[in-house]
Design a protein around this ligand. Structure first.
Ligand SMILES: C[S@@+](CC[C@H](N)C(=O)[O-])C[C@H]1O[C@@H](n2cnc3c(N)ncnc32)[C@H](O)[C@@H]1O
Length: 262
C-alpha cells in the first residue's frame, strides 16, 4: 500500500527539524512540493535545503506542483465558499500526485511548514482524497515546531499564565473582538495588523516576523508603544522581500489591586 508521511518541518529554522522528521525524510521516495509562485519561493528553497542537508542525493525524487490560487478578494459570506473551492482544487492536485507519482508500495511525503496541526490544510485534504476513494494510501503525521512555539521561545516567555487559558486565533477573528475570558491570545494570519485597534488597552504584544530565519524581527512592549514600530518594520520588510509572515501574542496586563476604600 502507498504510504504518506506528513512531516512538520518547523517554521523557518532548519535546526528545528526533529530527529523523527529526519527519520521520516529517509523513509521517503518522493517529496511533493507545492509551489506558491515566485513571491514565496524562499519557503520552497528552505524545503530544498532541508532535503539536501539530510537526505543523500540520488535516493529520492522531488515532484513540484503549482498550488491552486485562492480567491483572496472573497470576504464576508464569500469567504467560506472560496476556501472550500480552494481545498477541492488542492485535493485534485494531491490525488493526482499520489496516484501518478507513487508506485503501489511507494512512500511519499508532504513537508508542512511549522506543525501540521495548526492552520494547515494538509491533513484535511488527505482525508478528502481518501474519502473520494479513487486512490488508497496510509498516512502518518510527524509533529513540527510551530511558529507559535518558536515565537514564545524567542521572546523567552510562556504562552499561558498560571492556571489560565490561552487562545490561538486569526487576525480575521480578532477583528471581531478580543476573545472573552482569555487574557493571552496568539494571533496568526493577520495581514491587517489588527492589534492596532487594542492600542488604548493595557495589553502587551510579543511580535515576530520571519521567526527562525536570517530575516527574523522581534518586537515587544505595550501595544501603544510597540505598535507603531511594528507597523514601520513590517512595512519595510514587506517592501524588501515582497511577503511577510508574522505571529504575535497579546497579553492583557493584570489589573492593579484596588486600594481598600475608607
Ligand atoms: C498557514 S499558517 C501555517 C502555520 C504553521 N502550520 C505553524 O505551525 O506555524 C501561516 C501563518 O503562520 C505564521 N508563521 C509561520 N511561519 C512563521 C514565521 N517563521 N514567523 C512568523 N510567523 C510565522 C504566520 O502567522 C502565518 O500567517
Amino acid at each position: 500500500m502507498r504510504k504518506i508521511h506528513v512531516i512538520g518541518i518547523g517554521a523557518g529554522d532548519p535546526d528545528q527539524l526533529t530527529l523523527q522528521a529526519v527519520r521520516a525524510l529517509h523513509d521517503t521516495d518522493v517529496f511533493f512540493v507545492l509551489d506558491k509562485g515566485e513571491v514565496k519561493s524562499d519557503l520552497v528553497r528552505l524545503r530544498q535545503d532541508i532535503l539536501e542537508a539530510h537526505v543523500p542525493a540520488g535516493t529520492y525524487r522531488v515532484v513540484r506542483a503549482r498550488d491552486p490560487e485562492r480567491d483572496r478578494a472573497a470576504d464576508g459570506a464569500g469567504y467560506s465558499p472560496a476556501v472550500g473551492d480552494w481545498r477541492n482544487a488542492r485535493a485534485d492536485v494531491y490525488e493526482r500526485l499520489i496516484a501518478d507519482e507513487l508506485g503501489a508500495d511507494g512512500r511519499g511525503a508532504f513537508l508542512v511548514w511549522g506543525d501540521p496541526s495548526l492552520y494547515d490544510s494538509t491533513l484535511g485534504i488527505l482525508e478528502e482524497v481518501l474519502a473520494r476513494g479513487s486512490v488508497a494510501f496510509a498516512y502518518d503525521v510527524v509533529p513540527g515546531i510551530s511558529s507559535v512555539s518558536a515565537l514564545v521561545a524567542r521572546h523567552r516567555t510562556g504562552l499561558n499564565r498560571v492556571a489560565r487559558p490561552v487562545q490561538i486565533t486569526t487576525g480575521r477573528r480578532l477583528a471581531e473582538g478580543f476573545p472573552e475570558d482569555v487574557d493571552d491570545v496568539v494571533v496568526m494570519l493577520d495581514a491587517h495588523q489588527v492589534f492596532r485597534r487594542y492600542a488604548d488597552q493595557d495589553i502587551d504584544i510579543y511580535w515576530g516576523a520571519y521567526i527562525g530565519t536570517p530575516d527574523e524581527i522581534l518586537v515587544s512592549g505595550p501595544i501603544a508603544e510597540a505598535g507603531p514600530r511594528i507597523e514601520r518594520l513590517r512595512a519595510q520588510a514587506r517592501e524588501r522581500k515582497g511577503w511577510v509572515m508574522d505571529t504575535y501574542l497579546l497579553r492583557r496586563r493584570p489589573k492593579e489591586p484596588q486600594e481598600p476604600k475608607g
